[in-house]
Ligand binder design. Structure first.
Ligand code: LLP
Length: 410
């Protein structure tokens, strides 16, 4: 995370000292760097500048208003997967003409709302959904814009939970089914064919599956053209990995350029979530106890799997740093949260300079699928979020309280 730096003996995000933030806002605390958000967006945009895409930020990665607003102001659209995300994108000010709605189980209410607001397209995930969508559109006497999510036979190397292609996947349809759907949609006066959608998986580092998808999408669009079906855009999804490895955008951009050159007017859409926000975020947590009586030494911290689920759910490894440098002997620790679950760990066998209770740890690359996947499990109020810009830090979500936990009980 390039916006994290050691200044003196303490880590800072941009120009703000993390120890003082933790003091002021308490822990667990999510801290984001605005400069990082902007940088990642511009980095992606410039990588694809020879065929400029519409970047539809996938809100599921982090749907905080203030973060989404940064991308909206730079011209981004949104990819949403629920009525809640759709409303949040609209609230942020994203034009409906830049909003895509994916998901295998959109409800009637969600579909009605999307049609009414005239979103750019529904990413349709089954023939059954296409028919339901048409029926609703006909009842509303409004046209619905559609893009079919194709599940190309491509294997993207990632955690089994984040693979979204292949026969076992619930997402999208195969090419044969997709062709039938486009032909059926063409004959409906309530459906408007807009695009082709695919998304291979998440946290993908290899460019190979993207190159294969570009090739298959090109062949598919040719098949549509032979049937006199034309598209406004091709949506190649998101999934770009974040971590030690770096993804080769120039290879992917080159493949898209080549694959779609015979259709210069065809719009290109990308749907990144993680790439835009992961590195911008750090989760601050305080050490409650150093538990050393047994065979292993545990650092028990005040953030748990309810605050940050990725290590427990995917075995994800996020770097952990001591926020204030101390020159002490390194020792090996397991870092665990307070939640009543054996999976509630952030790291195993981590070498740290013998931290003491009360000291701060930072979980890095926590900006994506961190807060957005957090819960109130164990009746724990959810963390606060802060956005840093230069020397200033702004609270962008207050910490929940006990009153929030019981608010909806009847
Ligand atoms: N578009 C579609 C249709 C998707 O299903 C997803 C992610 C994205 C875009 C954005 O993918 P990204 O660029 O963020 O990889 N909770 C998991 C990730 C689940 C992603 C699901 N779909 C994690 O923490 O790794």
């Amino acid at each position: 995370m390039s916006f994290l730096s050691l200044q003196g003996k303490t880590f800072c995000v941009e120009k703000v000292n993390l120890a003082s933030l933790a003091q002021k806002f308490k822990t667990p605390l999510y801290v984001y760097s605005k400069a990082s958000l902007i940088d990642q967006y511009l980095n992606l945009k410039s990588s694809f500048s020879r065929r400029p895409p519409l970047i539809c930020y996938a809100l599921k990665a982090n749907s905080n208003f203030s973060l989404c607003r940064v991308f909206k102001e730079m011209g981004a659209g949104a990819e949403v997967v629920s009525g809640g995300e759709l409303r949040q994108a609209l609230r942020v000010g994203v034009s409906p003409s830049k909003i895509l709605f994916s998901g295998v189980g959109k409800t009637r209410d969600e579909i009605c709302f999307g049609i009414k607001r005239k979103i750019l397209a529904f990413n349709v995930e089954s023939f059954e959904e296409l028919k339901a969508l048409e029926k609703i559109a006909a009842q509303m006497r409004l046209r619905a814009s559609v893009s079919v999510r194709i599940n190309f036979p491509i294997k993207a190397k990632t955690h089994p939970h984040t693979v979204t292609s292949g026969d076992l996947s619930k997402f999208g349809v195969n090419e044969k089914e997709a062709l039938l759907m486009y032909e059926w949609a063409r004959n409906s006066k309530w459906l408007k064919i807009m695009g082709l959608h695919c998304h291979l998986g998440s946290q993908v580092f290899s460019s190979k599956p993207y190159l294969q998808a570009a090739h298959l999408a090109k062949n598919f669009i040719r098949q549509l053209a032979m049937r006199k079906i034309s598209l406004s855009f091709v949506d190649m999804g998101g999934g770009f990995g974040v971590g030690d490895e770096k993804i080769d955008f120039s290879g992917i951009a080159g493949a898209y350029l080549k694959a779609f050159k015979e259709w210069p007017a065809l719009g290109l859409i990308l749907e990144p979530g993680r790439f835009l926000v992961a590195e911008s975020g750090i989760l601050l947590t305080r050490i409650v106890h150093v538990k050393a009586g047994g065979k292993r030494k545990f650092l028990i911290v005040d953030a748990g799997m309810n605050d940050f689920l990725r290590p427990a759910l995917y075995g994800a490894r996020h770097p952990l740093v001591l926020i204030e440098r101390k020159s002490r002997k390194e020792e090996i620790f397991d870092v665990a949260g307070p939640v009543c679950e054996s999976a509630d760990f952030f790291a195993r066998d981590l070498s740290l300079s013998a931290p003491k209770p009360g000291e701060l740890l930072g979980v890095l690359n926590a900006g994506a699928y961190g807060f957005s996947m957090s819960s109130q499990y164990n009746f724990r109020p959810r963390a606060a979020e802060v956005l840093v810009q230069g020397k200033t830090a702004r609270l962008i979500r207050r910490r929940e309280t006990f009153a929030d936990l019981i608010r909806s009980e009847a």
